[in-house]
Ligand binder design. Structure first.
Ligand SMILES: NC(=O)C1=CN([C@@H]2O[C@H](COP(=O)(O)OP(=O)(O)OC[C@H]3O[C@@H](n4cnc5c(N)ncnc54)[C@H](OP(=O)(O)O)[C@@H]3O)[C@@H](O)[C@H]2O)C=CC1
Ligand SMILES: O=C(O)[C@@H]1CCC=N1
Length: 270
């Protein structure tokens, strides 16, 4: 019996299972994978040493817990097909945005145990940020298992279900905003005459370094910012420009846009 059966070997599913294997939360024999395109699962199994299975039924029969990482609109079809007629209670972990615990339970069947996780793709390199939410029938052991998996690929917080929208705004979707910021910062260096390669290297390392300063110093970001901004110097000129362009409001609005889209996706008609 495998400890985890992955449904959906896409961007998020693969980032997670790669991370679980690389960080030792699972060994290859503990993991089985099933995805719509069979060759993808076979290639993944050949690379990692895990087991590729050819059907959802085989995955369910050979796994004590399932990690469902298909698109939100594919979730009902995948879970109902996987668990139709399965009487033994299975742990079902979903990472889908906008698919509620009640909807997951209705698709999977009321006897199964539901946990929702909102991860992000840096899990692939052990630098993920995830939230965990207990759904119907989830036990303390289930939550401990999920916490063990996801804390192996980054940090975890536990939130009630109505806070998952906010988590999507702040971390689930947010790597994409940060990539956009890094790209723009590198563009700024290119405008000022740096090579693209040097500028991207400096921009990415600066974002990484600043994030680590926030985490490791425990100081408020404003305190760290003041330590960079000399009176009458270059940094305060740049901060003035960012504030005039509305960077702070733009970022708050971006998190709200993601959270609101998640709320919209969670409504029954979507
Ligand atoms: N991408 C991200 O940053 C994040 C995504 N999420 C959530 O993760 C989920 C997956 O997103 P993402 O990885 O980006 O999407 P992808 O489209 O990259 O991956 C979805 C995968 O599911 C497979 N699939 C679809 N239907 C089925 C089925 N019935 N049975 C088995 N496999 C199936 C696809 O098949 P095939 O193998 O043929 O391509 C594909 O590999 C979403 O619900 C999303 O909300 C959550 C947080 C962050
Ligand atoms: O864009 C999306 O809908 C998914 C959910 C969070 C990140 N990616």
């Amino acid at each position: 019996m495998h400890d985890l059966g992955l449904i959906g070997l896409g961007n998020m599913g693969r980032a997670l299972t790669d991370g679980f294997l690389a960080n030792g939360a699972l060994t290859p024999p503990q993991l089985a994978v099933f995805t719509r395109t069979e060759e993808k699962a076979q290639d993944y199994a050949a690379t990692t040493g895990c087991t590729a299975v050819a059907s959802l039924a085989e995955l369910v029969n050979s796994s004590s817990a399932l990690l469902a990482a298909v698109k939100p609109y594919q979730m009902h079809e995948a879970l109902s097909a996987a668990l139709d007629g399965v009487t033994e209670s299975k742990l079902v972990i979903s990472v889908a945005a906008g698919v509620t615990c009640d909807t997951l339970s209705a698709s999977a069947g009321a006897n199964h145990r539901i946990v929702r996780v909102m991860p992000n793709t840096p899990s692939l390199i052990g630098a993920g940020a995830s939230s965990i939410t207990a759904g119907p029938n989830a036990t303390e052991d289930d939550l401990a298992f999920v916490e063990k998996l996801f804390s192996s690929v980054g940090i975890c917080v536990t939130v009630p279900e109505d806070k998952i929208h906010a988590v999507i705004g702040v971390s689930g979707s947010a790597p994409a905003y940060v990539y956009t910021f890094i790209e723009a910062l590198a563009d700024g260096g290119v405008v000022q005459g740096l090579s693209r390669a040097d500028s991207l290297k400096l921009a990415a390392q600066t974002v990484l370094g600043a994030a680590r300063m926030v985490q490791e110093s425990g100081d408020h970001p404003a305190v760290l910012r003041d330590a960079v901004a000399s009176p009458g110097g270059t940094t305060i000129a740049a901060i003035h420009s960012l504030e005039q362009s509305g960077l702070r409001a733009a970022v708050i609005d971006a998190a709200a846009a993601a959270a609101n889209r998640s709320r919209e996706m969670s409504r029954p008609s979507n």
